[in-house]
Structures are given as structure tokens and as C-alpha cells.
Design a protein around this ligand. Structure first.
Ligand SMILES: [Zn+2]
Length: 157
């Protein structure tokens, strides 16, 4: 992956669920190039402006991993176009508000900024493009259900 000051390919492909369940989550060259674009256009500028550490809790997901974590069927994570982020020194809500302001006012193309909450945990889902290539520049707050409760109604992006 091209040099990034703050993010590594390893952390963008790392998954505790994949390790635990023995799921292959090795990215293709195409996925790596999408992750590079995601980092260069969104993650790096956002991290630089934010000014303190941001952890990636989910980046690339192979289709088996996406199923295992309960992701929506056409999740942009499967193309390397999305990352779930958690700031280490402030809460996710603050990062969400900051990202909306920073990316919207900067006129930067992106698909979605979501504040996702599951139980007590929240994170920011940031995507460069939808799985169909759209850049809707939309932001909203959503509640995600636990994977085993939502077989019939997947909500996690
Ligand atoms: Zn996500």
C-alpha cells in the first residue's frame, strides 16, 4: 500500500472475527487499490484535521467475513471502500459531527458518514463509494442490531 502516515493495510484488513472463525480476509489487488483511495481521499485528511488517534475497527471484509459480522449484502466494506472508525480520545459522536462538518464543508466527495450504534457501542462508518459506485454525500445516525438477531432484517453497513 502507498505510504500513509496514520493507517496501514494490515489494520484495514484485520478482523478479530476472521481470526476467530478462520475466515480468509486477504485483499485482492483491486481491493488494495480501493483501500488506498479511501485512505488518500478520506481517512488521511480526516485524521490529519481531527488531530488525535483514530482506530479502524473494520475495513475490508471478504464476503464470508461480511456475512459473519452481519453486514448488509451490498456493503461497500467488501470492495475496500469503507472503514469503521473509533476515536481513542473522544467519543464516536464527536468524530461523527466533526467528519460531517469537515467533509461536507470541504466539498469532498464521499458516499456516507454514519454514526452506527449497537448496544452501548458506537462507531463512525465512512465510505468513499457505495457498492454501485455512488457518492451520495449523505450522513445519518443508525442503530444496528446484533448479527444473530437480524437474520431477516440486516441493517449493519
Ligand atoms: Zn461500516
Amino acid at each position: 500500500m502507498k505510504k500513509s502516515r496514520y493507517f496501514t493495510l494490515k489494520e484495514l484488513c484485520r478482523s478479530r472475527t476472521a481470526l476467530r472463525k478462520g475466515i480468509d480476509n486477504f485483499p485482492s489487488f483491486e481491493v488494495v487499490s480501493h483501500l488506498e483511495e479511501l485512505v488518500a481521499k478520506l481517512l488521511e485528511p480526516l485524521r490529519e484535521a481531527w488531530g488525535s488517534p483514530i482506530a479502524v475497527t473494520s475495513g475490508y471484509r471478504s464476503s464470508s467475513l461480511n456475512r459473519a459480522v452481519g453486514g448488509v449484502r451490498d456493503s461497500p466494506h467488501m470492495k475496500g471502500y469503507a472503514a469503521d472508525l473509533v476515536p481513542l480520545e473522544k467519543d464516536a459522536e464527536a468524530l461523527f459531527a466533526f467528519a460531517v462538518e469537515f467533509l461536507s464543508s470541504g466539498g469532498i466527495p464521499f458516499d456516507q458518514i454514519l454514526l452506527e450504534t449497537r448496544g452501548e457501542t458506537s462507531w463512525v462508518h465512512l465510505s468513499l463509494r457505495s457498492s454501485s459506485g455512488a457518492q451520495r454525500r449523505e450522513h445519518k445516525k443508525i442503530t444496528v442490531q446484533y448479527p444473530d438477531l437480524r437474520e431477516k432484517n440486516p441493517l449493519s453497513v
